[in-house]
Each structure stands twice: as structure tokens, then as C-alpha cells.
Write a new protein. Structure first.
Length: 258
């Protein structure tokens, strides 16, 4: 997960721009540092675990998160992730991590190109998995499978405004009183030769909040539901069929693969 911060032009400007705003009633927004994308290439050698080789990600504007915003209305939680410059010719993957008074959730917005050349946007929502103690993770890592809860979410990828938005019905989360949200973005660069096992990953996270989990990016403050919203209803039960996410938990990091 990204921890590299680029120096701002002046100390005063940095304090003004990077200090996260306080949540007011049912909405919250905060900027994020520009130019802090991390990159690494996985080499399968030496066996059995391979090697991660750091690469420069400072020019990876498609994955560079510049802001995070949450609006908690009567019917939905709406999360907007802003980027330096989204590229319609590249894939986008945003993972959102939600904590609430009713539980935790893992959500994805995945825009990808099919083998036929068309573009699709897929969303995913699962209950937050029980992640292991860091000391229990073996050298090569472990795999975890998540199942979509089957809730109908709405997504938007806007290249003119460089943002990705996801709206989640509150009933899918048990109509919580409040939510806290963290976010990160990834882009996988696969080799042209399908027989080559190496690949490159660029990654960035919103980095202005509190660390609630060793494995997840920082979370923003509590954003309460707007006045008059229903609270405390049972959440949608998790499914054990349909769409899946395969998580890789290893050496201080966690990421998903389609």
C-alpha cells in the first residue's frame, strides 16, 4: 500500500491542501497527494515465492487518487474517488473499504476490456473478510475467496471529470447510522506473451485518515446518515454463489484479482 508522499511547493500550501476536511452531517470530502503511485513487477524467480521489483509509478496518472468523498443520503451511500487523469484506453480498478455500526464491507469498481475489445464496468460487494494476523501469513502469502452479496449497486466512470463513483443502497448494509470509507486503486499490466508469468502492478491509496486494519488503507471519519434516514434494519445476507473475488494476502499487502 502506498506510503510515499511527494513534497508540495511550499509548507503552507501543503498544510492547506492535504488536511482532510471534517465530516459535516451526511457528507465528507478530502484531497490526496498527487504523484504518489507505487509500482512493482512480480518475477516468479526464485521459486517458490518469486521476487517483487520496485518500479517508478510517479507518471501513472490513471491510478493516482487525488480525492475521496462520501455522501450518506436516506437511500444510498455514494462514494466518489477522483484521479489525476483517467485514461479511457486503460483499465481502472477501485477498491472501497467500508466500516459502519453494522459491520464491514469490501466493494470494487472494475472497468476492463474484454477479449473481443469492448469495455465493461463490473461492481462487486461482499462482507469484509476475516483477515489473518500478520504473523500467521506464510512467506508466499495466502488466498481468500469473497462472494458477492447480490446487491444492485450503481457505478459511474467519468473521464471528463476524472472520477469513479459508486452508489450502494443503504439497505444492503443494514441501514447504518454512519459509515467510514477507505479507498485504493490498482492497475495490472500483463505481459503480451501468455506464457510469461511476470506482471506489473501500479497502486495508490487515499492516505489521509486513521489506520483501522493492518491490511487496509486508512479510513476517513464517520459520515452519519442524513436526518430522517431509516437505521438498524438487517443487512442483505451474503451469497455463496455467483460472482467471486480472489484476494491475495502477503507480506504486509492485500490485493484482489479478477
Amino acid at each position: 500500500m502506498s506510503r510515499v508522499l511527494r513534497a508540495a511547493c511550499t509548507a503552507v500550501l501543503s498544510l492547506v491542501l492535504l488536511a482532510p476536511t471534517v465530516a459535516h452531517a451526511d457528507r465528507w470530502t478530502s484531497p490526496d497527494e498527487i504523484g504518489d503511485v507505487e509500482g512493482w513487477t512480480y518475477d516468479p524467480e526464485p521459486k517458490p515465492c518469486g521476487t517483487d521489483i520496485e518500479v517508478d509509478g510517479s507518471d501513472e496518472s490513471n491510478t493516482d487518487i487525488t480525492g475521496l468523498a462520501v455522501r450518506h443520503s436516506r437511500r444510498a451511500m455514494i462514494v466518489t474517488t477522483r484521479f489525476a487523469e483517467l485514461d479511457p484506453d486503460l483499465e481502472q480498478w477501485v477498491s472501497l473499504y467500508v466500516r459502519s455500526d453494522g459491520g464491514g464491507w469490501w466493494l470494487d469498481v472494475d472497468r476492463y476490456q474484454t477479449r473481443a475489445g469492448s469495455w465493461r464496468v463490473m461492481t462487486f460487494m461482499a462482507e469484509e473478510p476475516r483477515l489473518p494476523d500478520p504473523d500467521d501469513v506464510e512467506e508466499c502469502g495466502i488466498g481468500i475467496v469473497l462472494f458477492d452479496v447480490g446487491c444492485r449497486t450503481e457505478s459511474l466512470v467519468d473521464f471528463d471529470r476524472d472520477l469513479i463513483r459508486l452508489a450502494v443502497p443503504r439497505r444492503c448494509m443494514g441501514n447504518p447510522r454512519w459509515v467510514r470509507v477507505g479507498a485504493d486503486a490498482h492497475r495490472f499490466v500483463e505481459p503480451e506473451d501468455p506464457d510469461v508469468e511476470s506482471f506489473t502492478v501500479f497502486s495508490d491509496e487515499w492516505d489521509g485518515g486513521a489506520e483501522l486494519s493492518y491490511w487496509m488503507p486508512p479510513f476517513g471519519p464517520r459520515v452519519r446518515a442524513t436526518t430522517g434516514a431509516l437505521v438498524g434494519d438487517p443487512a442483505v445476507a451474503a451469497s455463496t454463489r455467483g460472482q467471486r473475488r480472489h484476494l491475495v494476502v502477503r507480506d504486509g499487502d492485500i490485493f484482489a484479482r479478477r
